[in-house]
Design a protein around this ligand. Structure first.
Ligand code: PAF
Length: 291
């Protein structure tokens, strides 16, 4: 596995693969890899001739410096995992090498994350999606034409990266986005690098997020289609003295900004803080288990 600490070198490797007629798969990460990332990587490896991953904890998407400082980092462990699973190349970089044109952070041109970025995560973390869009745009320009794999756990982020790939088509860069199912622990907790920050007792409480999503899906299956009733079921199921809910909403996944009361397709989305750790999760209500 090639390990590169410079996006320019990564760009050249991806370019040479394509010149050899090879299809390129890509997974963007902030490291602290877990089975959720590995599911993306395995799918990328199975569908492409060469696969690369990026590891970069992007300061632009953190509003809170303490949250950035607390973000888990394990570069040596991550490289070992990627090597063992057959990744062909991994790259990282610094703010200077990703944004060489900017003398300081304030000079970086922020990329518009598109209309799906408002509300939910966008409302609670005001600069989050433009930070994500700015780095993902740079990562996509580094890797070039490829199939890029993202997890459905970050559902709103998948809408943002689809918007970016549409924007990049106009510049001749062809990024196909694949959205992969959320990987869960056996109790349903969505895998996340942040789970490492939960203690054992809080993991039990965090499992309630999935239970709440599942209760809402059961209501959908018993033919409840009214958005406010479904929201109420979700919020009630999340009530617990140690769960502080940022949002618990039902949206139409195909028509994100619509606000019809009667849903014909639906996704339940939650962000909650447990013991100071902020977790997000979601569940399609209109799809069978495991899809
Ligand atoms: O989902 C993530 O890990 C990050 O938001 C991403 C896409 C790697 C951009 O920093």
């Amino acid at each position: 596995m090639k390990v590169l600490d410079n996006p320019r070198a990564a760009q050249q490797v991806c370019q040479s693969w394509r010149e050899d007629g090879l299809r390129v798969g890509f997974t963007a990460t902030m490291g602290a890899l877990h089975d959720g990332h590995l599911s993306l990587l395995k799918r990328a490896i199975s569908e492409n001739d060469r696969t690369c991953a990026s590891i970069f904890v992007n300061p632009l998407q953190f509003d809170d410096p303490e949250d950035l400082d607390a973000y888990p980092i394990d570069m040596a462990g991550d490289l070992e995992i990627l090597r063992q699973h057959g990744c062909d190349m991994v790259f990282s970089g610094t703010m200077d090498t990703f944004f060489p044109e900017a003398d300081n952070r304030d000079m970086i041109r922020r990329v518009d994350p598109g209309p799906c970025a408002s509300g939910l995560e966008g409302a609670y973390r005001p600069r989050f999606f433009d930070g994500v869009a700015t780095i993902v745009d740079r990562l996509f320009r580094t890797v070039g034409d490829c199939k890029a794999y993202f997890g459905e756990k970050d559902f709103q982020q998948t809408l943002v990266v689809k918007h970016l790939s549409n924007q990049l088509k106009g510049t001749g860069i062809d990024i196909e986005i694949a959205v992969c199912p959320t990987i869960r622990s056996k109790y349903g907790l969505a895998l996340s690098s942040r789970n490492q920050q939960l203690g054992a007792a809080n993991i039990d409480i965090a499992n309630r997020i999935y239970q709440a999503l599942n209760s809402t899906r059961l209501a959908w299956r018993s033919s409840v289609r009214d958005q406010s009733t479904l929201s109420k079921i979700l919020r009630t199921a999340l009530e617990h003295p140690q769960i502080s809910v940022d949002y618990a909403e039902i949206r139409n996944p195909d028509d994100w900004n619509s606000s019809k009361n009667r849903m014909d397709s639906a996704i339940a989305l939650v962000a909650a803080r447990i013991g100071g750790v902020r977790l997000i999760d979601n569940l399609r209500l209109d799809q069978p288990e495991g899809s």
